[in-house]
Design a protein around this ligand. Structure first.
Ligand SMILES: N[C@@H](CCC(=O)N[C@@H](CS)C(=O)NCC(=O)O)C(=O)O
Length: 216
Protein backbone atom coordinates (compact mmCIF):
# COMPACT_ATOMS: atom_id res chain seq x y z
CA UNK A 1 0.00 0.00 0.00
CA UNK A 2 1.25 3.47 -0.92
CA UNK A 3 0.82 6.55 1.28
CA UNK A 4 1.46 10.06 -0.03
CA UNK A 5 2.21 12.76 2.54
CA UNK A 6 0.67 15.68 0.73
CA UNK A 7 0.97 19.40 1.46
CA UNK A 8 -1.69 21.77 0.14
CA UNK A 9 -0.70 23.86 -2.92
CA UNK A 10 2.50 21.97 -3.44
CA UNK A 11 4.73 19.84 -5.59
CA UNK A 12 3.16 16.71 -4.21
CA UNK A 13 0.13 17.27 -6.44
CA UNK A 14 2.27 15.72 -9.17
CA UNK A 15 2.57 12.44 -7.28
CA UNK A 16 -1.21 12.22 -6.90
CA UNK A 17 -1.54 12.81 -10.65
CA UNK A 18 1.07 10.15 -11.42
CA UNK A 19 -0.61 7.60 -9.15
CA UNK A 20 -3.94 8.31 -10.83
CA UNK A 21 -2.37 7.86 -14.27
CA UNK A 22 -0.86 4.55 -13.18
CA UNK A 23 -4.04 3.52 -11.35
CA UNK A 24 -2.05 2.38 -8.34
CA UNK A 25 -3.99 2.26 -5.06
CA UNK A 26 -2.90 4.88 -2.51
CA UNK A 27 -3.94 6.83 0.57
CA UNK A 28 -3.30 10.51 1.19
CA UNK A 29 -2.20 12.06 4.48
CA UNK A 30 -3.04 15.77 4.36
CA UNK A 31 -0.88 18.58 5.77
CA UNK A 32 -1.54 22.34 5.65
CA UNK A 33 1.08 25.05 5.18
CA UNK A 34 1.43 27.76 7.77
CA UNK A 35 -0.53 30.55 6.01
CA UNK A 36 2.08 33.21 6.91
CA UNK A 37 5.40 31.47 6.43
CA UNK A 38 4.11 28.90 3.90
CA UNK A 39 6.20 26.32 5.77
CA UNK A 40 5.08 22.73 6.20
CA UNK A 41 3.80 21.80 9.67
CA UNK A 42 6.25 20.11 12.09
CA UNK A 43 4.31 16.80 11.86
CA UNK A 44 5.95 16.15 8.49
CA UNK A 45 9.32 15.88 10.25
CA UNK A 46 7.99 12.85 12.07
CA UNK A 47 7.65 11.11 8.72
CA UNK A 48 11.02 12.23 7.29
CA UNK A 49 13.82 14.43 8.70
CA UNK A 50 13.46 16.99 5.87
CA UNK A 51 9.82 17.64 6.75
CA UNK A 52 9.01 18.51 3.13
CA UNK A 53 6.41 17.22 0.74
CA UNK A 54 6.03 14.96 -1.14
CA UNK A 55 6.99 11.96 0.95
CA UNK A 56 6.01 8.58 -0.36
CA UNK A 57 5.71 5.53 1.85
CA UNK A 58 5.35 2.15 0.24
CA UNK A 59 4.60 -0.70 2.59
CA UNK A 60 5.45 -3.16 -0.21
CA UNK A 61 8.81 -1.81 -1.37
CA UNK A 62 11.14 -3.66 -3.76
CA UNK A 63 13.25 -4.90 -0.84
CA UNK A 64 10.25 -6.74 0.55
CA UNK A 65 9.83 -4.23 3.38
CA UNK A 66 8.57 -0.66 3.71
CA UNK A 67 10.22 2.21 1.83
CA UNK A 68 10.13 5.94 2.61
CA UNK A 69 11.19 8.19 -0.23
CA UNK A 70 11.53 11.94 -0.80
CA UNK A 71 12.32 14.09 -3.89
CA UNK A 72 9.56 14.25 -6.45
CA UNK A 73 11.83 13.14 -9.30
CA UNK A 74 13.07 10.10 -7.39
CA UNK A 75 9.49 9.22 -6.44
CA UNK A 76 8.40 9.48 -10.08
CA UNK A 77 11.23 7.16 -11.14
CA UNK A 78 10.32 4.77 -8.33
CA UNK A 79 6.72 4.65 -9.55
CA UNK A 80 7.83 4.11 -13.17
CA UNK A 81 9.89 1.11 -11.99
CA UNK A 82 7.06 -0.17 -9.84
CA UNK A 83 4.71 -0.15 -12.81
CA UNK A 84 7.06 -1.90 -15.24
CA UNK A 85 8.15 1.22 -17.09
CA UNK A 86 4.79 2.90 -17.63
CA UNK A 87 5.19 6.68 -18.09
CA UNK A 88 8.92 6.05 -18.32
CA UNK A 89 11.34 6.97 -21.12
CA UNK A 90 10.36 6.36 -24.72
CA UNK A 91 12.23 3.64 -26.64
CA UNK A 92 14.03 5.95 -29.06
CA UNK A 93 17.33 7.32 -27.80
CA UNK A 94 16.60 11.01 -28.48
CA UNK A 95 13.25 10.74 -26.70
CA UNK A 96 14.86 8.94 -23.76
CA UNK A 97 17.47 11.70 -23.44
CA UNK A 98 14.78 14.40 -23.53
CA UNK A 99 12.85 12.45 -20.89
CA UNK A 100 15.84 12.39 -18.56
CA UNK A 101 16.69 16.02 -19.20
CA UNK A 102 13.23 17.38 -18.35
CA UNK A 103 12.77 15.00 -15.45
CA UNK A 104 15.78 16.75 -13.89
CA UNK A 105 15.19 20.27 -15.26
CA UNK A 106 11.96 20.68 -13.30
CA UNK A 107 13.54 20.61 -9.83
CA UNK A 108 17.14 21.24 -10.87
CA UNK A 109 16.68 24.44 -12.92
CA UNK A 110 13.17 25.83 -13.25
CA UNK A 111 12.06 25.54 -9.61
CA UNK A 112 15.22 27.18 -8.18
CA UNK A 113 14.75 30.23 -10.42
CA UNK A 114 11.08 30.51 -9.45
CA UNK A 115 11.92 30.03 -5.80
CA UNK A 116 14.56 32.76 -5.98
CA UNK A 117 11.91 35.15 -7.30
CA UNK A 118 9.47 34.18 -4.56
CA UNK A 119 12.05 34.69 -1.82
CA UNK A 120 13.42 38.02 -3.02
CA UNK A 121 9.95 39.41 -3.74
CA UNK A 122 9.17 39.05 -0.04
CA UNK A 123 12.11 41.24 1.02
CA UNK A 124 10.71 44.53 2.33
CA UNK A 125 11.33 47.66 0.20
CA UNK A 126 13.70 46.24 -2.40
CA UNK A 127 11.77 43.03 -3.02
CA UNK A 128 9.96 44.11 -6.20
CA UNK A 129 13.16 45.44 -7.80
CA UNK A 130 15.08 42.29 -6.92
CA UNK A 131 12.28 40.12 -8.37
CA UNK A 132 12.64 41.98 -11.69
CA UNK A 133 16.33 41.10 -11.73
CA UNK A 134 15.52 37.42 -11.24
CA UNK A 135 12.85 37.32 -13.98
CA UNK A 136 15.34 36.89 -16.88
CA UNK A 137 16.70 33.76 -15.14
CA UNK A 138 13.20 32.32 -15.31
CA UNK A 139 12.49 33.54 -18.83
CA UNK A 140 15.44 31.73 -20.30
CA UNK A 141 13.94 28.42 -19.14
CA UNK A 142 10.39 29.30 -20.15
CA UNK A 143 11.54 30.34 -23.64
CA UNK A 144 13.45 27.10 -24.06
CA UNK A 145 10.41 25.09 -22.95
CA UNK A 146 8.26 27.00 -25.44
CA UNK A 147 10.71 26.20 -28.23
CA UNK A 148 10.64 22.50 -27.31
CA UNK A 149 6.86 22.25 -26.97
CA UNK A 150 6.34 24.06 -30.27
CA UNK A 151 7.87 21.01 -31.95
CA UNK A 152 6.17 18.10 -30.16
CA UNK A 153 3.09 17.52 -28.00
CA UNK A 154 4.88 16.16 -24.92
CA UNK A 155 8.28 16.80 -23.37
CA UNK A 156 9.85 13.52 -24.44
CA UNK A 157 8.01 12.97 -27.72
CA UNK A 158 4.63 11.71 -28.92
CA UNK A 159 3.47 10.24 -25.60
CA UNK A 160 3.01 11.69 -22.15
CA UNK A 161 5.65 10.57 -19.64
CA UNK A 162 6.79 11.27 -16.09
CA UNK A 163 8.83 14.16 -17.55
CA UNK A 164 5.53 15.95 -18.28
CA UNK A 165 4.37 15.26 -14.75
CA UNK A 166 7.60 16.68 -13.32
CA UNK A 167 7.40 19.82 -15.46
CA UNK A 168 3.77 20.49 -14.53
CA UNK A 169 4.37 22.17 -11.16
CA UNK A 170 7.09 24.66 -12.23
CA UNK A 171 5.10 25.62 -15.32
CA UNK A 172 1.86 26.00 -13.39
CA UNK A 173 3.68 28.13 -10.83
CA UNK A 174 5.33 30.15 -13.62
CA UNK A 175 1.95 30.85 -15.17
CA UNK A 176 0.66 32.08 -11.80
CA UNK A 177 3.62 34.24 -10.83
CA UNK A 178 6.21 34.62 -13.58
CA UNK A 179 4.31 35.69 -16.70
CA UNK A 180 4.57 32.36 -18.53
CA UNK A 181 1.45 33.01 -20.61
CA UNK A 182 2.89 36.08 -22.35
CA UNK A 183 3.87 34.96 -25.84
CA UNK A 184 4.22 31.22 -25.12
CA UNK A 185 1.21 29.60 -26.81
CA UNK A 186 2.66 26.08 -27.07
CA UNK A 187 3.31 25.93 -23.32
CA UNK A 188 -0.13 27.32 -22.51
CA UNK A 189 -1.69 24.70 -24.83
CA UNK A 190 0.32 21.99 -23.07
CA UNK A 191 -0.93 23.24 -19.66
CA UNK A 192 -4.51 23.19 -20.94
CA UNK A 193 -3.94 19.67 -22.31
CA UNK A 194 -2.67 18.25 -19.01
CA UNK A 195 -5.42 19.96 -17.03
CA UNK A 196 -8.06 18.30 -19.22
CA UNK A 197 -6.74 14.78 -18.55
CA UNK A 198 -9.15 12.64 -16.48
CA UNK A 199 -6.35 11.41 -14.19
CA UNK A 200 -5.20 14.99 -13.57
CA UNK A 201 -8.74 15.97 -12.66
CA UNK A 202 -9.16 12.97 -10.36
CA UNK A 203 -5.93 13.92 -8.57
CA UNK A 204 -7.17 17.49 -8.23
CA UNK A 205 -10.43 16.33 -6.69
CA UNK A 206 -8.60 14.09 -4.21
CA UNK A 207 -5.76 16.47 -3.27
CA UNK A 208 -7.78 19.39 -1.92
CA UNK A 209 -6.66 23.00 -2.26
CA UNK A 210 -4.43 23.56 -5.27
CA UNK A 211 -4.15 27.11 -6.52
CA UNK A 212 -2.62 26.35 -9.91
CA UNK A 213 -5.39 24.44 -11.69
CA UNK A 214 -9.17 24.50 -11.76
CA UNK A 215 -11.47 21.49 -11.43
CA UNK A 216 -13.53 20.87 -14.61
N1 LIG B 1 13.13 19.07 -4.48
C1 LIG B 1 12.14 18.63 -3.52
C2 LIG B 1 11.53 19.87 -2.87
C3 LIG B 1 10.60 19.54 -1.72
C4 LIG B 1 9.95 20.82 -1.21
O1 LIG B 1 10.60 21.86 -1.02
N2 LIG B 1 8.63 20.74 -0.95
C5 LIG B 1 7.88 21.89 -0.55
C6 LIG B 1 6.47 21.79 -1.12
S1 LIG B 1 6.25 22.66 -2.61
C7 LIG B 1 7.71 21.95 0.95
O2 LIG B 1 7.49 20.94 1.58
N3 LIG B 1 7.76 23.16 1.49
C8 LIG B 1 7.45 23.44 2.86
C9 LIG B 1 8.65 23.60 3.72
O3 LIG B 1 9.78 23.62 3.22
O4 LIG B 1 8.46 23.77 4.93
C10 LIG B 1 11.09 17.78 -4.23
O5 LIG B 1 10.95 17.88 -5.45
O6 LIG B 1 10.44 16.96 -3.59
Amino acid sequence: MIIVHHLNNSRSQRILWMLEELQLPYDIRFYQRNPETLQAPPELKRVHPLGKSPILEDRDGPTGGPVTLVETGAICEYLVDKSDGRLGPPRDLQGALRYRQFLHAAEGSVMPALFAKLVVSRVPLLGKLAAKKVQPMIDVHLDYVEQELAGRPWFAGDAMTAADIMMSFPLEAARARAGLAEGRPATVAWLDRIHALPAYQRALAKGGTYAYAKPR
